[in-house]
Ligand binder design. Sequence first.
Ligand code: AMP
Length: 374
Amino acid sequence: MLILVINSGSSSLKYQVRDTETEEVLTSDLIERIGISEIKDHGQALDIVAASIEEVLGDREIEGVGHRVVHGGERFSEPVLINNEITRAIERLAPLAPLHNPAAVLGIRAITAKWPNLPQVAVFDTAFHRTLPEHVWRYAVPDELYSKFGVRRYGFHGTSHDLVTGLAADYLDVERENFNAVICHLGNGASVTAIKGGVSVDTSMGYTPLEGLVMGTRSGDLDASIVTQLIMREEFTAEEMDTLLNKKSGLLALAGDSDMRAVTDRVGQGDEQAELALTAAAYRLSKYIAGYHVAVGGAQAIVFTAGIGENSIVFRERVCKPLEVLGAKLDPELNAIRSPEVRRISTEDSAITILVAPTNEEAAIAGATAELIA
Ligand code: AMP
């Protein structure tokens, strides 16, 4: 089935046309600066998409559209076929994802206006984490914050964590419902998820994607009083704090580079600032993995995925070293092999199997969309 996968941001639209039978990508592109260039809105961006798609389609037709939607709140635990009510529900979740959900709605409405008969499916980043138990999703704060403002742990990167859990269970030939693992999605944004019986039981991102690991430009975990104190002292406005923690922190703050490849290159040249950033990021993740190993009652696998997880030999090495106390042993030779396949990088006698598995959120969104439409 030919599926158009759309990831719309407030001023961008990323798309792919995929054949879900052959996994072939027919075309893909990113349109940027929507609203601040000659491309006035998402409707106009879609005209550009339509023209470029037409060139590659020949006599074939797109049969459905899959949208990446960041926030599904407490309602959406799986992909859904979009209608007006669903679109409004996604819109109503905007307070939880003020940048992302309104952008997704722009994309959905633009498609509806252009191709009203094309079925559309929403695939939510939060959905996979709807299985978190209450003692995990609750913050220890007054109930009013939850009941009035929806403050709870939601978790993100769900499409990727779900896909990679399946890949790893298949690779190890374990039934998914018997599979316990720790999945590390390490891209520019990064999160780690505890998988017990094939489902998410804990995850490092929380109410927003800010919580958890040291990321490219996000701080991850910190004392909330840092925010309140600095705002109370009028050193920063709330907006400035938000930008500071989401866009100017993490590796960027510690090393001056948000890109892991640049950081590890500098570490290789003996750069101390980069060394600190790498050590801080690796240490934070090792701690989470060890904690989640306990949370799942003993992980059968630790799985690395996304840009850093799939490619950074050095980062994997740093993260795994302290895990030797758990009996997890990385094989340096296997770790150094580059391959796009799911693969083991731990020794034969490692107590926990360490894997690298390629994520592919677009493929997963296209697959879910095709399945629902069929
Ligand atoms: P993603 O958001 O999944 O595209 O991942 C982006 C991150 O992956 C960036 O920090 C990149 O520096 C990192 N990355 C990609 N390739 C490599 C590589 N070969 N070595 C180290 N980091 C890499």
